[in-house]
Ligand binder design. Sequence first.
Ligand code: DGL
Length: 275
Amino acid sequence: MKIGISDSGYGGLSVFRNISARLPEYDYIYLGDNARTPYGNRSFETIFHFSKQCIDQLFARNCKLIVIACNTASAKALRNLQQITLPAEYPDRKILGIIRPSVEALTDLLPTSPHSEIAIWATQGTVDSLSYPLELAKLAPDLHLIQQACPMLVPLVEAGEHDGAGLDYFIEKYWRQTLEKSPDRKIDVLLLACTHYPLLYAKIRSVVPHSVKIIEQGDLVATRLADYLQRHPEVETVLSQKQNRRFLTTDQTERFDQLAKVFLGKSVLSERIEI
Ligand code: DGL
């Protein structure tokens, strides 16, 4: 059986990149729902419906475990998929999200000062779901979290503008807005809580002062997945280890292959599927 990685489009490749580097031996199927991306501004119902269709595709292709490598889908669909869909339809399969592991890793990294503040940048959907503050409150109730929606970043990356000057304007604007939410301007950590933002790391780093630690999710999620597999031999022992990788997209393969190179750092040959 295989490990499935599901995302609204290309962005999850930034997470898959770390997962496959950390755990290269397994077989993976990546599914990007490019035909319907971005998920960022869509309703709970729509994102659940799309995410359910994606996991059906991956389970039908013999995935034992699926990582939903999309913050928006993890925020808006994961709970129902885990609590309703799995027991009813796939009782022997597993689905993991990206928010819980990020928050766990975040609390490990945090400074201990009571005045520390953490900020996250995410899609409007992730921010509105309040998933990050709710998860963080369970693990570190005293920490103050600033949420900043960055609705223009995904569309600009999707349009191939990840190097463009237009992005500088929006990154500066979102950082200014983030600081306005922090009265004493003492932000210690900024979590990039959207799959597209690692691509903008250099640009974000050039705007955000070096006293602020910027955290990307790929490595955190890969480390937590390795840990999960170690703690769950009933999952790990059924996973095939032939280093196969398949890339599925719901839209044009040519475009997927082109942008996959940017997110993954190497060429892929994707297959188109109908959902
Ligand atoms: N993958 C999404 C996320 O991490 C970003 C792209 C989208 O809005 O679909 O939130």
